[in-house]
Ligand binder design. Structure first.
Ligand SMILES: Nc1ncnc2c1ncn2[C@@H]1O[C@H](COP(=O)(O)OP(=O)(O)OP(=O)(O)O)[C@@H](O)[C@H]1O
Length: 257
């Protein structure tokens, strides 16, 4: 469970986040969309205890984020992977469990890497892998840690189109088999709708939450879900909220063409 109350983060004269409040129930998958610079990463970093708020607070499972983090209850995947360069893919995946004092479950880690298309890369070092492969290792690592709360910031940004949806499917599968709470930032409205129970919509200047939209599509969701009329309607609804809060009428111009 995540609770964010009136979170404000100011960097000099930039109000990156202006009084954001949010609650995410246990087992819920929330996605966050918004224009570049609206404070999505700042929100995620604050929930993860990596950014000290100017005012307000974030709690994870009722505790300060730092407490949740040291108990191994908080997993992260960032825009660019943060693998340990001196450890192989497999060692990277098991290391966080070892650090949290848990059984490293090496065989399970191998299986997860294999499912992510990295079966031949388990003993490779990050420098021997492409950026997208490293990012996949980082995602597998977060899944393998088994933290009850997972914070993901544009985790598929470096992946090609097909791998992106393979990884989305594997994240959804792993989430379904647990009661994990996920907060997932993306620039892609279709990705937000495909994954989320609800989509948090943010706006900039100042960075703030402007809406929380229920995604009414049934689960399990797959790539083919994106071909349905219901999916298109939800994407259109969220794009409309984004446009309204950008304060322009570009949507109307598109519609006339
Ligand atoms: N450490 C920092 N020092 C100064 N300004 C910062 C810092 N981190 C973020 N900002 C500013 O705060 C605002 C919000 O940034 P943030 O990275 O949270 O946005 P974002 O929505 O995640 O953007 P993007 O989608 O481009 O990743 C931006 O104006 C950014 O320039």
């Amino acid at each position: 469970m995540i609770d964010v109350e009136e979170l404000t983060v100011r960097f000099d004269d930039v109000l990156a986040l202006d009084g954001a409040s949010l609650s995410v129930d246990d087992g819920e998958f929330l996605t966050v969309v918004g224009p570049s610079g609206c404070g999505k990463t700042t929100l995620l970093r604050s929930v993860g205890g990596l950014q000290t708020p100017t005012s307000g607070e974030a709690r994870v499972g009722g505790d300060p984020p730092e407490t949740a983090q040291s108990a191994g209850d908080l997993g992260f995947v960032f825009q660019s992977h943060t693998l340990f360069p001196w450890k192989t893919a497999l060692e990277n995946v098991v290391f966080l469990r070892e650090l949290a004092g848990r059984d490293p479950e090496r065989e399970r880690a191998r299986e997860r890497l294999d499912t992510a298309g990295l079966g031949d890369a388990v003993d490779a070092y990050p420098r021997e892998l492409s950026g997208g492969m490293c990012q996949r290792v980082a995602i597998v690592r977060a899944m393998h840690l088994g933290a009850s709360t997972l914070l993901m910031d544009e985790p598929f940004g470096e992946l090609d189109e097909l791998t992106r949806y393979d990884m989305a499917a594997s994240v959804l599968e792993s989430w379904r088999d647990s009661d994990r709470t996920v907060l997932f930032v993306t620039h892609s409205v279709p990705e937000a709708v495909l994954l989320g129970d609800q989509v948090i919509v943010m706006a900039d200047n100042p960075g703030r939450i402007v809406d929380r939209v229920d995604v009414s599509l049934p689960r399990p969701r797959e790539e083919s879900t994106m071909d349905t009329a219901g999916f298109a309607e939800q994407v259109a609804e969220i794009r409309q909220v984004l446009r309204q809060n950008r304060g322009d009428d570009e949507g109307a111009i598109y519609a006339e063409r």
